[in-house]
Design a protein around this ligand. Structure first.
Ligand SMILES: Nc1ncnc2c1ncn2[C@@H]1O[C@H](COP(=O)(O)OS(=O)(=O)O)[C@@H](OP(=O)(O)O)[C@H]1O
Ligand SMILES: Nc1ncnc2c1ncn2[C@@H]1O[C@H](COP(=O)(O)OP(=O)(O)O)[C@@H](O)[C@H]1O
Length: 279
């Protein structure tokens, strides 16, 4: 049996880790269970990763200056002289542990189309099946990571780019990541799709007409936008570009709405068919 420890962040290079063995620190603070003298009932497959956790210095790049063996550095945006570092615990190992495949479910649609409700219903439905999910809701992420961003086009693009990158990390962790944000521009959504391997980005379009969303108006934002008290509101005086090739289109009309649980079931059966609910 494999025991998962408490949620934690291990920062190699932190004083606690450098002054002692990381494994002992994790154990001391109760983050991992020890079974058979090894972490989490590990088998041979996991011996190497745990060894590497115990020796942070091994994670340094070996640059043998005398023999001029200099690794190939890269540049990404303003980050120069950076080097990708691989870890021997891979995505497939995490997926094996979780018995699922990491992917991104990207829910897009107008404000009030039911994105957050579906994201939550989906997370509940998958959780009940023993699957690990995490919801990245536009509204919520704007409370922290993206609180510096407005609703101008370039800030929306940056909002979507950052959430796309975070979602990619979650998928790499083996988690079924549910991103729910308006993401009104096709180009930005397509850029997030391009971050992931083929098939791992599942776009769900909440195809709900503006008049239905506006009649729901749970936050009163459409009313404010119509009154000119909010400018640049999606669907009113800011564009929404519907997806052209979404994997799933959930159409709803006034009085003809499936329940959130039924909509979630549609998405779950798509995940099931695509093999994401097994390792
Ligand atoms: N101008 C404007 N346009 C659209 N939405 C607005 C605006 N100002 C505030 N809000 C609130 O912000 C929520 C949308 O945030 P997102 O991060 O999903 O938007 S975006 O993807 O960057 O376009 C959105 O939440 P949802 O209603 O859940 O979609 C609104 O509550
Ligand atoms: N499937 C549905 N059928 C009917 N009403 C819904 C459905 N999904 C959501 N709603 C309602 O629509 C409103 C907007 O839902 P919400 O999930 O907040 O949308 P969004 O995140 O897209 O802004 C809420 O009042 C919610 O209760």
């Amino acid at each position: 049996m494999i025991s998962l420890g408490k949620g934690s962040v291990v920062c190699c290079g932190a004083p606690e880790i450098e002054s002692s063995k990381p494994s002992l620190v994790l154990k001391k603070f109760g983050f991992m269970k020890i079974q058979n003298g090894k972490f989490g009932g590990v088998g041979s497959r996991f011996a190497a990763p745990i060894k590497s956790m115990e020796a942070p210095k091994e994670s340094c790049v070996n640059v043998d200056v005398s023999e001029k063996k200099v690794p190939q550095m890269s540049t990404r945006g303003n980050s120069t002289n950076i080097l990708w570092h691989n870890c021997s615990v891979e995505k497939s190992d995490r997926e094996q542990l979780l018995q699922q495949k990491g992917c991104v479910i990207w829910i897009t649609g107008l404000s009030g189309s039911g994105k957050s409700t579906l994201a939550c219903a989906l997370s509940c439905g998958l959780h009940a099946r023993g699957k690990l999910t995490y919801v990245l809701d536009g509204d919520n992420v704007r409370h922290g990571l993206n609180s510096d961003l407005s609703f101008r086009a370039e800030d929306r693009a940056e909002n979507i780019r950052r959430i796309g990158e975070v979602a990619k990390l979650f998928a790499d962790a083996g988690i079924i990541c549910i991103a729910s944000l308006i993401s009104p521009y096709r180009r930005d959504r397509d850029a997030c799709r391009a971050l992931l391997p083929e098939g791992e980005f599942i776009e769900v379009f909440m195809d709900v007409p503006l008049h239905v969303c506006e009649s729901r108006d749970p936050k009163g934002l459409y009313k404010l936008a119509r009154a000119g008290k909010i400018t640049g509101f999606t669907g009113i005086d800011d564009p929404y570009e519907p997806p052209l090739k979404a994997e799933i289109v959930l159409q709803q009309e006034a009085g003809l709405c499936d329940s959130p649980a039924d909509l979630a079931e549609t998405v779950i059966s798509c995940l099931d068919k695509k093999g994401y609910l097994v390792a």
